[in-house]
Write a protein that binds this ligand. Sequence first.
Ligand SMILES: NC(=O)c1ccc[n+]([C@@H]2O[C@H](COP(=O)([O-])OP(=O)(O)OC[C@H]3O[C@@H](n4cnc5c(N)ncnc54)[C@H](O)[C@@H]3O)[C@@H](O)[C@H]2O)c1
Ligand SMILES: O=C(O)[C@H]1O[C@H](OP(=O)(O)OP(=O)(O)OC[C@H]2O[C@@H](n3ccc(=O)[nH]c3=O)[C@H](O)[C@@H]2O)[C@H](O)[C@@H](O)[C@@H]1O
Length: 343
Amino acid sequence: MASNGNNHVSTKPPPEPSPLRKAKFFQANMRILVTGGAGFIGSHLVDKLMQNEKNEVIVVDNYFTGSKDNLKQWIGHPRFELIRHDVTEPLLIEVDQIYHLACPASPIFYKYNPVKTIKTNVIGTLNMLGLAKRTGARILLTSTSEVYGDPLMHPQDETYWGNVNPIGVRSCYDEGKRVAETLMFDYHRQHGIEIRIARIFNTYGPRMNIDDGRVVSNFIAQAIRDEALTVQLPGTQTRSFCYVSDMVDGLMRLMEGDNTGPINIGNPGEFTMLELAENVKELINPEVKIITVENTPDDPQQRKPDITKAKELLGWEPKVKLRDGLPLMEEDFRGRLGISRKK
Ligand SMILES: NC(=O)c1ccc[n+]([C@@H]2O[C@H](COP(=O)([O-])OP(=O)(O)OC[C@H]3O[C@@H](n4cnc5c(N)ncnc54)[C@H](O)[C@@H]3O)[C@@H](O)[C@H]2O)c1
Ligand SMILES: O=C(O)[C@H]1O[C@H](OP(=O)(O)OP(=O)(O)OC[C@H]2O[C@@H](n3ccc(=O)[nH]c3=O)[C@H](O)[C@@H]2O)[C@H](O)[C@@H](O)[C@@H]1O
């Protein structure tokens, strides 16, 4: 008998293949793409999608306002993939569903490079619709209450066509999202693509960029840092704030349901910016000052979603009240800022 001169017989079992190798043979029920998944809402959506063991989740993001930090719990997971990619460039992958969120959302970021914001909304959405067409995937667009502009109808329901300045400093975002909605419906009518459109109203929660400039993140960071809360004039303008877990629930119901939308997803509790500041002061730092500062052009003066359609068609309504959501966000901001509550 041929021998290699080594008579030692190992009793050790052969090594287990690595989880990554196993993943090669894993048959997902659903491969889901989340564009903008490294951002605030996107990363919470990824957390929820990953809870289903039959889902494989792919995130593409260019990290303009998002961060790998938001996804750190999933990096290396066999059912998760993260790709640095700008949606203004075509993407060739195989997917079953697309949640298309990629777009800067805070006014300071979307105004920073308005041409890029339009390209992201128009060319980015075209590219994702092209991907949906080639793969037969269902695609959901996160549109915005800003398609109603400075609304003359209150509260806003989905039949309202809006009051948008087409040449103002916010137009890159507002008009960009309006064209994105148009593209979604044209692909639906012309190519039979399965589309879903969510019109999201102001959403807040943990993982917002600390200095992202939106009002809830500004006020919470200011209250924690003992800085005055900056209410932009007149202070009587209103917004309706939805906690991020409610938002993610609404988006997933819309994706799984039979309705194209557009459907408003937001919390109808309406607050003036002065009332929001007073709530933050009372809950987070009663010593802090509230000051008024200049506003920016075309700021919508009132906003409140009519969510009748979401209730009837999705069986959805928000659960978390503003006064319950703010402390959850405070905890996250304190952790990241390294400032604990005074005794
Ligand atoms: N948060 C809200 O109140 C709100 C309200 C209405 C609509 N929306 C919409 O929801 C989506 C997510 O908003 P968010 O609050 O999580 O914002 P966010 O800025 O935290 O997330 C956006 C993500 O998109 C990425 N991105 C931007 N441009 C990209 C590009 N060209 N290619 C690839 N990735 C790109 C960013 O890096 C970021 O990770 C956006 O489409 C926004 O318009 C948000
Ligand atoms: O919900 C939406 O559809 C849109 O809402 C926001 O846009 P906006 O409501 O202007 O968001 P903020 O920048 O948070 O401003 C809200 C209000 O707070 C005021 N504000 C903002 C910041 C601040 O420090 N103080 C302050 O009073 C603004 O003047 C404005 O009236 C989002 O940032 C958009 O991405 C989103 O699409």
